[in-house]
Design a protein around this ligand. Sequence first.
Ligand code: SF4
Length: 180
Amino acid sequence: MYLQKISIDTMQRCMADKSKVRVKGTLSDDVGELLPYLNGVFDKTIYNHKMPKLEIEFEDKSHKIILTSKEVRVDRLSNSSQGRQVLDWLKEKINEIYAQQDQLEPDYKSLSNLKVPEVYKHLPQLNCAECGEQTCFAFATMYVKGDYDLQDCPPLFTAEFAEAKEELEAYLQEAMYKQS
Ligand code: SF4
């Protein structure tokens, strides 16, 4: 076993859906070099090799995992015990991939393929600054650099912008698939 432990550090309400929680945790061992392998194993991912950071979106959208070399965040959880289950599952998955590394192909599909104007086009364009940036264009720029998650833009998760969000997610997936 490579990864010994993932501990939970904090739990807070999800910004996009207040009925859900998110947990943040720390990994006992550095998994940075395994992220391209995890990227190759899961279907719905957004990977940033520069940081490195990997987002794993589950098919049923029940939750999302955001993983860096030593830290993890899990969004859209019903409670902290579900967070514990997801982190235990993730630890097993990482150790499984570590054990099979020689037979797997790393996948370096990267977020850096994204175009700022394309991301901007699908944002709410309210310039409300809720994300911490003064304009949506600034947010799009920082998003492409890997500094934000979509969840950092709360208006995008309202019914009013549901279609824009779907289009943006479709673009993210499409941009990712173009990467060799
Ligand atoms: S929170 Fe969303 S809508 Fe508001 S400025 Fe940031 S990106 Fe634009």
